[in-house]
Design a binder for this molecule. Structure first.
Ligand code: FDA
Length: 317
């Protein structure tokens, strides 16, 4: 679940300290309480839960991308199990006729065991999706696996799979050159700010820099004729995507917006009402606890959002 955000970068210091305190105290928070935090941002533990959520989103006019929770898998059996879960998800999407594809983290299918294992596993998922007329998005993880992730993506494309896309992070200084080096592939790119905290030597760290980079990457991707999925809840960046679409007469099959389940639903509904395409990221699975804790610790701003949300609900009672 990308129910995280990079917004901590725009927070002032006291807020950041509070976020960090909340985040570090999370492991002692009882499971049911973490579950309450996580509930809003994930479909549930079972595939049926994800399918029901996608159905609801489709009825609202949004499409979805389904993510089987789990990452940093370090045994082959677990990686194989994750692949099976993706194959089941693709089958269920096909059977139910829902408008959804899948998003895969390569570390969940063995990238940190051996890149060749992740490539083979990703190939199985992409192959199955291709046979069902569906699409697979490869998520982008921390900078330690960026090269390997791009390699798996490019290899699959060179093997002739067109139903696979990639993610680029605007916080990463390298992203512009990644766009240029992939230009020939005309990649379908989900553009995000980037959730992992990376060192300034390789990453932009201020909100202004990250947003400027995001806007530049939209232009660069439009230059090479990529399909662009602007995955952000930041209205400035949504407006930037819409401006580029207008200026370059991009039709709606050439770009879309993507948002996280449970985040800024009002904005989602406004975009849908204006005729934009919106895809919602729908995480599900039994790995929700470890995953939520890791995400929260990785990026304490999420803890801030969660705490605000819980406080709002309590006050609302
Ligand atoms: P920002 O963090 O500035 O948020 C803008 C506003 O949205 C905030 O002010 C807040 O109001 C609201 N908001 C954002 N997140 C929220 C939350 N969790 N709860 C409540 N409110 C929230 N990253 C990555 O490194 N690799 C990846 O593959 C992906 N994949 C991905 C897919 C999709 C569909 C999305 C939407 C995001 C990702 N991300 C990701 C995460 C991304 O990098 C980024 O961390 C988040 O989208 C938050 O950044 P925003 O652009 O929304 O801006």
């Amino acid at each position: 679940m990308w129910s995280g955000a990079t917004a901590s970068r725009s927070y002032d210091l006291p807020v950041r300290i509070v976020d960090r305190l909340i985040a570090t105290s999370l492991p002692v928070v009882p499971r049911p309480v973490v579950r309450r935090f996580a509930d809003r941002y994930m479909a549930g533990e079972r595939l049926d839960d994800a399918i029901a959520t996608v159905g609801r989103l489709n009825r609202l006019g949004a499409s979805a991308t389904v993510d089987v929770l789990g990452e940093f898998v370090n045994d082959r059996e677990q990686a194989a199990h994750t692949v099976e879960q993706y194959l089941e998800a693709l089958d269920a999407i096909h059977r139910t006729g829902l408008d959804a594809n899948v998003s895969v983290k390569l570390t969940a299918v063995g990238l940190e065991i051996e890149p060749a294992l992740a490539l083979g596993n990703a190939r199985r998922i992409v192959q199955s999706a291709a046979s069902l007329g569906n699409f697979v998005r490869i998520d982008m993880e921390h900078s330690g696996v960026t090269d390997e992730t791009l390699d798996v993506y490019s290899t699959l494309r060179r093997e002739g799979f067109d139903n696979v896309g990639i993610v680029l992070q605007s916080c990463m200084r390298r992203s512009v050159s990644d766009v240029r080096s992939m230009a020939k592939l005309q990649p379908r790119v989900r553009l995000v700010k980037g959730i992992y905290v990376e060192p300034p030597s390789i990453a932009y760290t201020t909100p202004a820099q990250i947003n400027a980079s995001f806007e530049r990457l939209i232009e660069e991707l439009a230059d090479i004729g990529s399909h662009i999925a602007a995955a952000t809840h930041d209205e400035q960046l949504i407006a930037a995507m819409q401006r580029v679409a207008r200026e370059r007469s991009l039709t709606r099959d050439l770009y879309e917006f993507q948002m996280l389940l449970g985040v800024r639903e009002g904005l989602r509904d406004r975009l849908l009402a204006s005729g934009e395409r919106v895809r919602i990221y729908v995480p599900y699975g039994d790995a929700w606890y470890g995953y939520s804790i890791r995400r929260l610790k990785e990026n304490p701003s999420i803890a801030g959002y969660v705490a605000q949300d819980v406080a709002r609900r309590l006050v609302g009672r």
